[in-house]
Ligand binder design. Structure first.
Ligand code: NAI
Length: 346
């Protein structure tokens, strides 16, 4: 049984008990983790997961390669739209397993109509993303990325490195689900005053010391605004020219959720007028063209992204909020469980 083939030819057949699984957009670190876990699972559970790993993404143009697979495993930038679903259905795919929490890249209605179940990993480690959120806040504030380079060059001048004390500051958290709550807990530990906005408030947040307010009040009073809501029709460009206008001068904006929450043109304008004093992104609206690959020898064509990285007060990471060993192991375990049960978990 092949548990670790890469880009191999499609399997000739599969019976009901056997899961022939195509993994898309995979990188070496995931292939190693998934292969080892599949081997253990197959022995322990007498299950029969047969994995094929592709580096390329799953979308309407690549879906035809899924003939003979029972399940496909996809990531944040695979595009499982209605057209992709149609081809998957034709190929006999029965289940789409997302190895991530967000599912904005899957047309859930089209999948339901096609009788294809969809699963995801809703809570592998909210703390992992929360900690990365704090890494962005602290880096931007205390400019450790600049200090690192200066000291290496023998430059111990502190000019331009001045930060502000986080203790006592008001921070706005938009979206108080699992990750939002983990962020709130850390911020409260720093001694921040935390304002929250969520259409579905949670008593736990109030109990731990967060304060629910309207979105407008959060935007007006927070010196740091951090986004932890999913991308959907209501939240698309929740940060736009109008919302930026409501924020205090020099606000710090952090997005570790999904790029589409932020209107980048409005943010660039905000950075140019200094309304936005700091910007930390782990996600970007057109990240599928860039992230997870090495483009260092190419001319990057995305002028908005290129403009963003020219600002001295912008730090961008390439969607690595989830990237810890603990989180990856949990993602692999839950994804394989989801494949074995084949149930809809959205
Ligand atoms: P969750 O489902 O536990 O919480 C999301 C919260 O957002 C819910 O309380 C919901 O009511 C709220 N919400 C929905 N629409 C909203 C709106 N318009 N305004 C304000 N709040 C709204 O999700 P979780 O696990 O906390 O994840 C949040 C997001 O983080 C995911 O949707 C995903 O996009 C992103 N994420 C990013 C990762 C990374 O590596 N950077 C890794 C994992 C998740």
């Amino acid at each position: 049984m092949n548990t670790s083939s890469t880009d191999k030819a499609q399997p000739e057949c599969c019976n009901q008990q056997q899961r022939n699984v195509a993994f898309f957009s995979t990188r070496s670190y995931e292939r190693i983790l998934f292969s080892e876990l599949i081997k253990k699972l197959n022995v322990a559970n007498d299950s029969s997961i047969n994995a094929t790993f592709f580096e390329h993404p799953l979308n309407a143009s690549t879906a035809a390669s899924c003939h003979g697979y029972t399940d496909v495993v996809v990531f944040v930038n695979d595009d499982i739209n209605a057209a992709t679903i149609k081809v998957l259905k034709r190929c006999g795919v029965r289940h789409v397993a997302l190895r991530c929490a967000g599912f904005n890249n899957v047309n859930v209605n089209a999948a339901a109509k096609a009788g294809i179940t969809v699963s995801r990993v809703p809570a592998y480690s909210p703390q992992t993303v929360a900690e990365h959120t704090l890494a962005l806040i602290l880096t931007l504030n205390r400019k450790t990325h600049k200090a690192y380079n200066r000291v290496r060059e023998g430059n111990f001048d502190l000019g331009g490195l001045m930060g502000f004390t986080l203790h006592g500051k008001t921070v706005g958290v938009i979206g108080t689900g699992k990750i939002g709550q983990a962020v709130i807990r850390i911020l409260l530990g720093f001694g921040c005053h935390v304002l929250c906005f969520d259409p579905l408030p949670d008593n736990n947040v109030t109990a731990m010391g967060g304060h629910y307010v309207t979105l407008d009040e959060l935007l007006e009073k927070s010196v740091i605004v951090t986004l932890h809501c999913p991308l959907n029709e209501q939240s698309h460009h929740i940060i736009n020219a109008e919302s930026i206008d409501k924020m205090p001068q020099g606000v710090m904006l952090i997005n570790t959720s999904r790029g589409g929450l932020v209107d980048d043109n409005a943010v660039i304008k905000g950075l140019k007028t200094k309304k936005i004093g700091y910007l930390g992104l782990d996600v970007y609206e057109r990240e599928s063209e860039l992230f997870f690959d090495d483009h260092s020898q190419e001319i990057i064509q995305d002028d908005i992204f290129q403009r963003l990285i020219t600002f001295p007060n912008v730090v961008i990471t390439g969607h690595q909020g989830f990237f810890t060993i603990e989180a990856l192991e949990e993602i692999a375990k839950t994804t394989l469980d989801n494949i074995l049960t084949g149930e809809n978990t959205l």
